[in-house]
Write a protein that binds this ligand. Structure first.
Ligand code: FAD
Length: 151
């Protein structure tokens, strides 16, 4: 069975906030692990950018569920393709906040440092997600090393 990569952008609906996002991440990590789906979810002040990788029928079914989720709106498919291998193979659902520390990465891929995934080409979307996930992994590694050196 072939595997696919799907990337979409969307906007959080008014009335939803950080607690709702944490719930989405919690449920997604558990569900995606069970379904063999990997990927990354980036959230800026108003926008989501998510990449899903996995078996085609499983990814398609999940996307159909996500599109109808009332917590976000204006879901726009940026990329869908068969792939030879996964990029986010270690992440059941890597979650990254497009916060201040990531503005530099946002700027690399945009006209300004405001996170607006609708403006990304499909290539930029995947490269952006890879870059923020790599940055997040580096900062986790640094924190672990700092904790170990203090022990
Ligand atoms: P459920 O049992 O239906 O829900 C789990 C919990 O989530 C519930 O207890 C409830 O508290 C909360 N919840 C569910 N729906 C709502 C709602 N509409 N409003 C408020 N709270 C609610 N799901 C994945 O499995 N994998 C993903 O990668 C993924 N990515 C997502 C990305 C975005 C931007 C959004 C908005 C949603 C995403 N979801 C994802 C969630 C998805 O749309 C479904 O809600 C979820 O898959 C249902 O899973 P479930 O049947 O196990 O959970």
């Amino acid at each position: 069975m072939s595997i696919v990569r799907l990337i979409y952008a969307s906007k959080i609906k008014a009335g939803y906030g950080p607690n709702d996002i944490m719930k989405i991440v919690e449920v997604s990590e558990k569900n995606n692990q069970q379904k063999g789906i990997t990927g990354a979810l980036c959230f800026g002040p108003r926008h989501f950018l998510q990449c899903l990788e996995g078996q085609r029928d499983v990814v398609n079914r999940l996307y159909n569920t996500i599109v109808t989720d009332e917590r976000h709106t204006d879901v726009e498919l940026l990329y869908y393709s068969d792939i030879d291998e996964r990029v986010f193979s270690d992440w059941a659902m890597g979650y990254v906040l497009a916060e201040q520390s990531l503005h530099e990465i946002v700027f690399r891929f945009s006209g300004n440092s405001q996170f607006n995934p609708y403006e990304f080409t499909s290539k930029q979307a995947i490269r952006f997600l890879q870059a923020v996930v790599e940055e997040r992994q580096k900062s986790i590694k640094t924190k672990v090393e700092e904790t170990e050196s203090m022990a």
